[in-house]
Design a protein around this ligand. Structure first.
Ligand code: SDX
Length: 433
């Protein structure tokens, strides 16, 4: 017997169905609330509101659990790689050897970006935000693949596999193009024979007459960073992809919007803010005490970046994995990064400080990711575009859920109006009377 919640309001009762997810998550289904009671539910920022049912990722913020299609992130980090995890997130199952080969080939065949798209880059000053450039280039993809991006769910789903491969593979290539455009270097064409991460590193760091061959530990570290960013339930940018996709906008357009949302410093931009914070602490010879004191002021502009999370009220499992990987990767690369020491000291200090403990503020995925990306040679201003490459399978899987939902509807939240009551127009000659 399905459970119901009973809302008592203005001496009336409104039964509301209760929903329960695979892992026992419960929700009160308020879809009939407005029609029956005239009331809407209010939840600023949707922190306590489910916008959809999804089969892709499960998060338990209180217990620091993250699973993609049921598989724990710890196991994927240990045994999988970014391409295989992307397949799992998009298609729901780990690929057989044949499917893995086919998917990999689709990615390799769709790595080159149309020459004209380079002109979009040239429309930006080299100092422009890499995320702005990336979202602009992704927004251009429908123009080059109109048959894959018709803004009609049924048509676009018919060509989903190719569109998904283009999105993941070309976003990766575009990031390397942005890096080389900003450095004034010639673009490097992808090499079909190279695996995903190695190909990216080739396109980033090869010279015209001297190929960059990524050391295995560097390619492995990059795979780990991308894999750990692959999806994360209904975060700000993924919800944006779903919001835009719900208007029947194609996958590329919806992903471009998601990239814009990801760019904010409270979201994907935090990995840059963390490194700026660590660098500033290092440059001032501070041990982090000043930063922690400032972070406790409560103002959004002074936050301990890389700490806290809208869902995790325990350790972000990805932060644990990346934190441990930092030691191994830097040791293997023979790098002694003072910022890693500062980050660890900061973490230890904050985890003993009641301000952070009482607010359940722990390191999140962005706290250590920059250290590894810096060790790989990625410049800081490109860190958030790396997050975008990693998150591309999550955006794709969520767009597909929206496009495939026969009962889906356009996202259209309501509001509580708090503006002026009705009043009359005042002619210019009587204003200021
Ligand atoms: C990502 O959603 C996702 O899943 C995102 C992500 C993904 O994979 O997609 O996990 C990736 O975006 C990780 C988060 C990266 N952002 C940062 O590291 C920026 C620093 N963190 C915060 O700004 C903050 O923690 C948020 C934005 C991440 C979460 O904000 P919430 O849940 O809305 O928390 P809040 O703003 O309501 O803060 C609650 C309290 C406040 O204090 P009080 O008003 O109760 O006194 O905690 C304080 C805040 O001032 N607080 C912090 C803090 N984060 C929250 N104080 C100091 N430093 C911080 N980092």
């Amino acid at each position: 017997m399905a459970k119901t919640a009973l809302l008592k309001l203005d001496d009336k009762e409104y039964p509301l169905p209760v929903m329960e997810g695979t892992e026992g998550e419960k929700a009160i289904d308020t879809r009939t609330l407005r029609a029956s009671s005239g009331y809407i539910a209010y939840d600023q920022g949707y922190g306590n509101t489910g916008s959809c049912e999804s089969q892709v990722t499960y998060l338990d913020g209180d217990n620091g659990i993250l699973r993609h299609r049921g598989i724990p992130i710890e196991q994927l980090a240990s045994y999988s790689d970014f391409v295989e995890t992307s397949y799992l997130i998009i298609y729901g199952e780990l690929p057989t050897p044949a499917l893995r080969k086919e998917f990999g080939l689709r990615l390799r065949k769709n790595a080159a970006v149309e020459t004209q798209i380079q002109k979009i880059l040239e429309g930006f000053p080299t100092s422009a935000s890499p995320m702005a450039m990336l979202s602009a280039m992704v927004a251009a993809l429908p123009a080059y693949h109109p048959e894959l991006a018709t803004n009609h769910f049924e048509n676009d789903l018919k060509n989903f596999d190719l569109a998904a491969a283009i999105a993941i593979s070309k976003i990766r290539t575009m990031v390397s193009m942005i890096y080389r455009y900003q450095k004034g270097l010639p673009f490097m064409f992808p090499k079909q024979e190279l695996p995903f991460a190695d190909n990216f590193l080739h396109m980033m760091f090869s010279e015209p007459y001297q190929d960059y061959v990524a050391p295995p530990e560097v390619a492995k570290a990059l795979n780990l960073v991308l894999l750990l960013h692959a999806d994360h339930e209904q975060n700000c940018s993924t919800s944006t992809v779903r919001m835009v996709g719900s208007s029947q906008a194609n996958m590329f357009t919806s992903m471009s919007a998601g990239i814009c949302a990801l760019s904010g410093p409270l979201h994907g931009g935090a990995n840059v803010a963390v490194m700026q914070m660590l660098q500033s602490i290092h440059d001032e010879g501070d041990d982090g005490t000043r930063f922690i004191a400032a972070a406790k002021s409560g103002s959004k502009s002074n936050r301990l970046m890389g700490f806290g999370h809208a869902v995790y009220k325990n350790f972000d499992p990805r932060a644990k994995i990346i934190g441990e990987a930092c030691d191994t990767v830097l040791k293997r690369l023979g790098i002694d990064d003072p910022l890693l020491t500062i980050a660890k000291n900061l973490e230890q200090a904050a985890l003993k400080d009641d301000y952070f403990v009482s607010r359940k503020l722990y390191p999140n995925v962005d706290f250590y990711s920059g250290i590894i990306m810096r060790a790989i040679g990625i410049p800081m201003n490109m860190f958030t575009t790396m997050f975008a490459i990693g998150r591309s399978p999550g955006y794709i899987a969520n767009w597909k859920e929206v496009a495939s939902n026969p009962k889906g509807r356009i996202y259209r939240p309501r509001q509580i109006y708090v503006g002026p009551k009705q009043r009359d127009y005042v002619p210019m000659n009587r204003r200021g009377e």
